[in-house]
Ligand binder design. Sequence first.
Ligand code: MN
Length: 195
Amino acid sequence: MSERLRDYHGKRDFRRTGEPEGGEGRAAPEPRFVVQIHDARTMHFDFRLQVGDVLKSWSVPKGPSDLPKDKRLAVPTEDHPLEYEEFEGVIPEGQYGGGTVIVWDHGMYEPLSHDRRGNLVDFAGSLERGHATFRLHGTKLRGVYALTRFRDGDWLLVKTAEGRSRGRGSPDPRRARSARTGRTLAQVAAHSGDG
Ligand code: MN
């Protein structure tokens, strides 16, 4: 069990939540990303990038935007297990993050961070230093995005301008559909009792 999941485990009671405990997942050769919509106490999006054997995670209140002019606040949260990429369902009320989760988008990404000389640098190190760029190959999100720390504990998620941008901004979380199952939050919530 990864030491890096200690915070994740500390917040959850796995006898009650259906979220994955983790530890079984194998890191994919091509790193993966997932964007979940989480209808918790406050609606937000969770943006996660596979780095090593965990999903580095940020809570993005307004959701990612495909318009370069939109700078989206992204607040780091605890590392999640790789299996979390698949998680869609209802976290019981009273549990940490209680509410409904759908997988809004997922796919692979290419780390793109370079140093000043243009050499590719270690992606995890770039994140630790507070700036990393990557190309997303999702079913919805495509293109180059950057995550940049701009003050203690706060990051920005921004799409970088390349070529013509004809984005639509951020999705309406209540109308958005799962990339895995095509369901809305309401549909997932309505079937939460099915087991
Ligand atoms: Mn969340």
